[in-house]
Design a protein around this ligand. Sequence first.
Ligand SMILES: [Zn+2]
Ligand SMILES: [Zn+2]
Length: 360
Amino acid sequence: MSNDNIYDALESTTEIAKCPSCGANMEYSPSRSSLLCPYCGATKAVNLNDVSSEIQIENLFKESSNSWNDETHVFRCNNCGAKEVLNRTDLATKCPFCGTTNVVEIEELPGSKPNGIVPFKIEKDEAISCAITWAKKRFYAPRKFKKSVSTESVSSTYSPSYSFDSKTESHYKGRLGEYHYETVTRNGKTVQKRYTKWFNISGTYNLDFDDLLIHATDSISQKNLEKLGNFDTNNSMLYNSSFLHGFSANSADRSGMECYEDAKRIMNERIKKAILKQYNYDVIDYINIDTIFDEITYKNLLLPIYVGFYNYNKKLFNFFVNGFNGTVTGKTPLSIIKVGITVILILAVLFLIGYLVYIS
Ligand SMILES: [Zn+2]
Ligand SMILES: [Zn+2]
């Protein structure tokens, strides 16, 4: 499918999902991969045949023309500032990032429309049990935090991101050093003396990147996105608004170009790491790498993420559950009492060791 066709297809997918039996609004069901009426249980198939395509990078530069138009509207949370994109037929009631109901509709374009989506695969109760298992393992988190993970504190949201592909060829040149030691006698004592053996390196290195994910929202950091792991983005669906029924999407804060710059920086870092990994060295004098990026493509994706929040000492903590495979990550508050007890125990052990050494 050419890019023009993708956008044509996107224009025709706006529809209100009314239940054919009772007329209620239907919602996308992760476990059934179809629309489900929450009132009478009727289901309606969604198109699961069209996978999203890679888009040539040139299209990223003219992305602004590709907006969601009037099929969605944007809400902002007055408490934490998170912005949500919802289908025109849905209203935001609660902020998924902080739980307050202080959300207002704002006049803002939601950014560029995604061309791909990874639909939610796991249901909310499954996500909650993954989060509870994770929370129980956070030894230093307060007990209250572990008990707080519940239906009220966890919400689903689609998170905007860009994935990038590229073939790369790098030509490099550099000088690395390896430490060596020799035994010398100094003032009648034998000591180890360190010296550095330098050697030159050069060569060509090829590395291919496939669906490198970059976060397009400030509500989820790049680090957390990477920790959430795999979303099977190679099998992402062509975006269509059916998937958004009953769900919200977090609004993009970062442009495709910003994400592209990040992607190139991360690719460059990984190339450098991969080149250096071929050698045994202790120290780098210099390394120059000249990289050609080829066949660069991208996808503008919505990723399924469950967000949990917890307020501790007036600070907001978020954790995230991968809505595709249940991986959990996030920051937890530290229990002052638990950390305090650990510090006291360590000090007590050190004191005891000191005392035993002293009396021996
Ligand atoms: Zn119904
Ligand atoms: Zn909020």
